[in-house]
Design a protein around this ligand. Structure first.
Ligand code: GLU
Length: 449
């Protein structure tokens, strides 16, 4: 391996020994940049990679809140403002009990390349809290969001850092956060957050955008193989906002999602999550705060597999859309054995590095990386920012058209970047290289700081 690259990876491993997810993503991304780094010796002198793996600023703060029974609780909040070279920091907030700094940093690092791939002026950031929203009342969620924003508001702004949703943070939470920001700032700055409710300046199509975008990306991959999405079966994981959008768009285009998963197991619905009633029920399950996918099996009389993951089910396309490291090497082997041809990552880093390598080595499997596939969410957030700063509202058709164009563009840029460096049809390396190049150009142009 290129000596400079190897040294940077080794240094990250030594310095961040307690942050396994962060190390994992740095290793995955940097390794695929080898041909680019070889071609640009000037990067070493400018300390470019060392700067790229160091967040510009990370904030950690206390979030104290009161539950309905009058008891006080304390959680930790974080915001990692990773790279601002091409735009204000941008990325979601995750509320989930296992969240820690390593997870926030891996997500923020991934976001750097993802956001650059959209071609829009957005830097990278991520934040969240180890707060567990499961079973919390609406009033508890509101008080938590208000407390979280009270600590965070001085570090964000429409031109500084624009948070959005992620796991455990949807429209309701974003709107509570915005309400508190407005109260504290005393100004109408709705460009400070994206994924807001429509009346507060949220964009049409934003709730569906990550799912829709991933299906548009999938269509590009299928086209490359001379295939059509019509009639395809898809295994999804998760049952949140992203999976909901996938089910909706896949159904519209004549495909069907046959699995969903949750922390309790997975469901297999051979008829597909295709009727309006089933699709709407996903939203209901998420809003219930129960975090259980078994409810779906009970309501629609399909099979539930407690404690298991849907990998290995015979389908045409796998779209892991739940969370990081959901697919390990043994699952990857099951996926390859069951004859799946398309492995389309949707959740951030859903595949361990060894499982990803294994799948990429299978001659019959095409792998697409999450940072490209799920970029439609953040891209539509950038469209929301554009609408907020223009003080305009775009139609559904306009937003969807832009989203579709952006996804096609991401796919094409990835294909071209891999080809340029002689890597063939490699969507994983192509996405890393294309995203990297844009941020690298800006950082080189702006001087060393
Ligand atoms: N959390 C989503 C992501 O990882 C959305 C971020 C955003 O809209 O800013 O891209």
């Amino acid at each position: 391996m290129n000596a400079y690259l190897a040294r940077v990876i080794e240094n990250v491993k030594a310095k961040h020994a307690g942050e396994p997810e962060f190390i994992q993503t740095v290793e995955e991304v940097l390794t695929s940049l080898e041909p680019v780094v070889e071609k640009h010796p000037e990067y070493e002198k400018a300390c470019l990679l060392e700067r790229m793996v160091e967040p510009e600023r990370t904030i950690s703060f206390r979030v104290a809140w009161m539950s309905d029974d009058g008891a006080w609780h304390t959680n930790t909040g974080w915001r990692c403002q990773f790279n601002g070279a091409i735009g204000p920091y941008k990325g979601g907030l995750r509320f989930q009990k296992d969240v820690n700094l390593s997870i926030i940093k891996f997500l923020a690092f991934e976001q750097t390349f993802k956001n650059a791939l959209t071609g829009l002026p957005i830097g990278s950031g991520k934040g969240g809290s180890d707060f567990d929203p499961t079973g919390k009342s609406d009033a508890e969620i509101m008080r938590f969001c208000q407390s979280f924003m009270t600590a965070l508001h001085r570090f964000i702004g429409p031109d500084v850092d624009v948070p959005a949703g992620d796991m455990g943070v949807g429209t309701r939470e974003i709107s509570y956060l915005f309400g508190q920001y407005r109260r504290l700032r005393g100004a109408w700055e709705n460009g400070v957050l994206t994924g807001k409710d429509f009346a507060s300046g949220g964009s049409l199509v934003r709730p569906e955008a990550t799912g829709f975008g991933s299906v548009y990306y999938l269509e590009n991959v299928l086209k490359h193989e001379g295939e059509d999405i019509r009639g395809k079966t898809i295994a999804c994981a998760g049952f949140g906002n992203v999976t909901w959008g996938i089910c909706k768009k896949a159904t519209e285009l004549g495909a069907k999602v046959v699995t969903l998963s949750g922390p309790d197991g997975y469901v297999y619905d051979p008829d597909g999550v295709t009727t309006p009633e089933k699709i709407a029920y996903l939203v209901e399950m998420r809003n219930s705060g129960r975090n259980r996918v078994q409810d779906y099996a009970e309501k629609f009389g399909v099979e539930f597999f407690p404690g298991q993951k849907p990998w290995g089910v015979k389908v045409d396309v796998c779209m892991p859309s739940a969370m990081q490291n959901d697919v390990h090497l043994e699952h990857a082997k099951q996926i390859a054995e069951s004859g799946v041809k398309y492995y389309i990552e949707v959740a951030n880093m859903p595949t361990t590095n060894d499982a990803l390598k294994f799948l990429m080595e299978q001659p019959g499997v095409i792998v697409a990386p999450s940072k490209a596939v799920n970029a439609g969410g953040v891209a539509t957030s950038a469209l929301e920012m554009a609408q907020n700063s223009e003080r305009l509202i775009w139609t559904e058709e306009e937003v969807d058209k832009q989203l579709h164009r952006i996804m096609d563009n991401i796919y094409n840029m990835s294909v071209e970047a891999a080809e340029k460096y002689g890597l063939g049809y490699n969507l994983v390396a192509g996405a890393n290289i294309a995203g990297f190049q844009r941020v690298a150009d800006a950082m080189m142009a702006q001087g060393v700081f």
